[in-house]
Design a protein around this ligand. Structure first.
Ligand code: COA
Ligand code: MG
Length: 298
């Protein structure tokens, strides 16, 4: 079953905040993101990793609000930063970690072994710290189905099309076309088949609001459960795309009314304005209402 229906939270937006930038960290709690990714990886210069770890630790220890999910993105398992990142990541007590550049289940098992050790050392329950992984290479995309089912601590797959494009030797262009579009479809299928979240890639141009709106709507239509963000102005646009509109809610209520009436008369199918309504249609409409309820629109 998909986490959109079953999961405790709506995770429509994930805002990246560079861990070395205190001004942005301090703004993060008030920006309205569903989840915030405190970054130690590519948003932080190599010379400032230690400082970023300290800042993230202090910042998270001071947080009391549970309205936002706090994630920490570590550097990759094969980098010299990973061990210290992991230690800081476990100590800081985030809601989950984000592991970048995962291209096979083996990479993820390697991370899991280190993490289990760190959990033991910190007297935490092994397996309790959850993970999101970023798929951002050709190998990662092809291995997405195996990665998605690799372990219970996995909450979702996130696409990274900038690194993926670099890996493919192509320009990081629009996510709505070409091979990146194919990768998005593959990632959604892999994640949803495994019952974990599918999180769409970033929209690079922070001034291009129309482009983001179209891309986020397409992501929602493809079955993504949320989208990565790099700037606060992207959040309302992403939320709009991943929250059923008032008209959509009305339509769902109408379809369910017709369906209930048909069911009461012992019929398994009926139509509304010419469109077929049957069990899977009704189930889909209930999910729309559930999403609207969780987003506070019902
Ligand atoms: N998190 C928190 N606050 C942010 C933010 C973010 N990701 N991006 C911008 N802001 C804040 C800025 O600090 C600024 O606030 P201020 O005026 O009080 O200082 C306000 O929002 C407006 O920002 P703006 O001036 O439009 O953008 P910028 O030029 O300061 O920053 C980026 C542009 C792209 C550098 C910035 O958005 C950013 O750092 N994004 C994250 C990038 C990242 O993490 N990349 C790695 C993962 S892909
Ligand atoms: Mg990346």
């Amino acid at each position: 079953m998909s986490t959109v229906e079953a999961g405790p939270r709506l995770r429509r937006s994930f805002l990246f905040v560079p861990g070395s930038e205190e001004r942005k960290l301090l703004k993060a709690p008030g920006l309205g993101a569903d989840a915030v990714i405190l970054d130690l990886e590519d948003g932080v210069a190599a010379t400032r990793k230690a400082e970023a770890r300290r800042q993230i630790l202090a910042f998270l220890q001071a947080q009391t609000s549970h309205a936002i999910e706090w994630l920490i993105r570590l550097n990759g398992v094969d980098t010299p930063h990973f061990e210290a990142d992991l230690e800081a990541g476990v100590r800081a007590g985030p809601d989950a970690l984000v592991i970048p550049k995962v291209d096979s289940p083996e990479t993820l098992h390697q991370v899991d072994a280190h993490l289990t050790e760190a959990e033991h050392a910190a007297a935490r329950v092994p397996g309790s710290l959850k993970l999101f992984v970023q798929i951002e290479s050709a190998r990662g995309v092809l291995n997405a189905p195996a990665i998605a089912t690799a372990m219970p601590r996995l909450l979702g797959l996130m696409l990274g099309h900038v690194d993926l494009s670099a890996d493919l030797g192509i320009r990081a262009g629009r996510a709505g076309e070409g091979i990146v579009y194919h990768a998005r479809c593959q990632l959604v299928l892999a994640a949803r088949a495994a019952g974990v979240d599918a999180v769409d890639t970033i929209h690079l141009n922070i001034q291009d609001q129309d482009g983001l709106r179209a891309e986020a709507a397409q992501a929602a239509a493809l079955g993504f459960t949320g989208k990565l963000a790099i700037h606060p102005a992207q959040l309302p646009i992403i939320h709009e795309a991943f929250t059923p509109s008032a008209e959509r809610v009305q339509q769902a209520e109408k379809i369910l009314e017709v369906w209930r009436a048909a069911e009461a008369e012992g019929r398994g199918v009926c139509t509304l304005d010419g469109a077929l309504v049957e069990r899977p249609v009704a189930a889909g409409e209930r999910r729309i209402l559930e999403r609207a309820r969780r987003a506070g629109r019902l």
